[in-house]
Write a new protein. Structure first.
Length: 172
């Protein structure tokens, strides 16, 4: 954004330097100066457009990285709970606390925390019929309440029917 301001300022300065010459010069010289002014402004606008594209691209990349980081924090918090005796909803509740989300409810209620996705990423919440888990990548998930109430790493396979994956929103 700062670079765009610099480019616009340079274009304005170039125009300010050329414009007085245009007004004082004879008609033919004025036309030449006008053409030069148009070239300078056009060149500056092309530079500004390129800077805008670069800034937009950087912003998109930064948001994508932040999203991956956000999900990975949820996944890491779930992994840290392996071996803890708790049910599935407490596993997910405790994992979400790691990113500042305070929520606890029935398994289906976790769907309200984001958008459904068919491309699961680490940190996505897996909603099953009557069960919930945290996806950690490579077809693996952290499940609470298994094998006598213990939290374990297992595949996304579950005896309960899969409903879907939720990409948790930051603002949830």
């Amino acid at each position: 954004m700062r670079n765009m301001k610099i480019v616009i300022t340079k274009a304005a300065l170039a125009a300010a330097m050329i414009l007085p010459c245009v007004q004082a010069a004879p008609v033919q010289a004025a036309e030449t100066e006008k053409t030069r002014l148009i070239e300078v402004v056009t060149s500056s606008m092309a530079t500004v457009q390129e800077e805008v594209k670069n800034a937009q691209s950087e912003t998109r990349e930064k948001k994508a990285a932040e999203s991956r980081n956000f999900g990975q924090k949820i996944a890491n918090a779930a992994i840290a709970q392996i071996g803890v005796g708790q049910d599935c909803t407490m596993l997910v509740t405790n994992s979400l606390k790691a990113v500042g989300i305070n929520f606890h409810g029935a398994p289906a209620a976790y769907a309200s925390l984001g958008e459904w996705t068919s491309d699961p990423q680490p940190g996505d919440v897996i909603v099953y019929s009557g069960h919930v888990a945290v996806y950690i990548g490579n077809g693996k998930a952290i499940h609470g309440g298994w094998n006598g109430g213990t939290t374990i790493e297992w595949t996304v396979e579950c005896s309960n029917p899969l409903v879907g994956y939720i990409r948790v929103n930051r603002a949830a």
